[in-house]
Design a protein around this ligand. Sequence first.
Ligand code: HEM
Length: 427
Amino acid sequence: MSTGSDRAAAGPGRRTVLLSGLGGIGALAGAVGLGACTSGATGSTGAAASGGSGGGADALRDASGHAKARAFRGERQAGIIETPQTYAVFLAVDLPAGADADSVRRLLTIWTDDAEKLMSGQGTLADLEPELAAVPAGITVTVGVGRRVPELTGAPVPGWLAPLPAYKIDKLQERWSGGDLFVQVCANSPTTVAHAVRRLLTNMGSLGKVRWQQRGFREPFEGPGIPMRNLFGQVDGTVQPDVTGAESAMLWIGSQGPAWLAGGSAVVVRRIAMDMDVWDRVDRESRENAIGRHLGSGAPLTSPADAPSTAAADLDAKTPLGFHVIDDGAHMRRARGDNKEKILRRPYSYDDAPEVDPATGRMSGLSNTGLIFVAYQADPLAQFAPMQARLAEKDLLNLWTTPIGSAVFAILPGAKDGEILGQALFG
Ligand code: HEM
């Protein structure tokens, strides 16, 4: 990756970028952004250092190790097996009524170009603020599709590409559920994420409409061995399948097909509200019992409190009174089941402003907090669904958590050289 001073020497000044951006608006109005204006994009890497922060600040950010660009092209999309970045936006898009295979192809062509540029630290076509892309901050853009897309292109639709079964704990809201296309944007800078989302959506033009958008974050300053702490204070994301080794078939779609998804995956996105106000009234022992783990270290309750989070849990261990040390309703026991189905969890917290009560016009309650539960896997009906069914039947966490949104998408394979995302959908 180039340094700030390299970029300052090579790129145009702020005025050039502004003018090239204006050219881009004209191009967008005529042809949904493709084809006309490349100077905003190619010039973007040059603009960062001249935009005010200076080479010194850029160099510092580069040195932190969080500013790196990631490869876009390859067998698989990025943003799945990498360590999750600190900030994320997840969004679903609906296709307009008259959409057809050609309009979907155009949208995926635009997003392929956008994602490739953004992940290499460049502004997109017609980017008015390419400076905001110049620190890629490890950005990944990951694209998926709902069942309407293969239906439109005539490709086979896998049975799992549909809404999940209804669970009795669900209080799903339309505004957080469903969608024809999915985009996940993650980076270690909230500015990088905000800019990328803006570019992807403006370049989409009338080819799609945002259905929902969820903004999440993870704690960047936890110590080693702690993947993340959710807003209940629990260490979250410890037990994961070995997706780069023996259990990779649980994540990636292979010969089981369909062929257009070979090298792709599937994602389940559940928005789960966490009732912080009731949780606040629970003592620490009950909180630990609910999950089956120590809150501080994340170690299972069958290990000392200062053991590492990765210590193996003994699900058979009993108290002197004959009860399981890890409660029969503890979340970790119920989620694990017989350990046959596994999912790669990539959760993010959300903490939005409390909702406004339409009757009073004022905010209601103290919090609007929860988890954007994002889980990658090869087959949601075979993996996520039985797990969620067990949790819906019995899970102490249900006292404080409520699923309010749900969506399933097929994650496209990576785009190889010369391809667009979803290339195989179009014959
Ligand atoms: C707000 C909702 C949720 C919270 C706060 C939560 C929190 C946690 C925590 C703290 C752990 C223990 C540490 C770890 O291994 O990551 C855990 C484990 C786990 N959770 Fe959740 N979780 C939630 C929802 C779900 C859902 C909806 C599912 C799937 C349907 C799920 C599946 C799992 C699995 C598979 C494990 C690992 C179990 C093991 O083998 O030890 N979780 N969760």
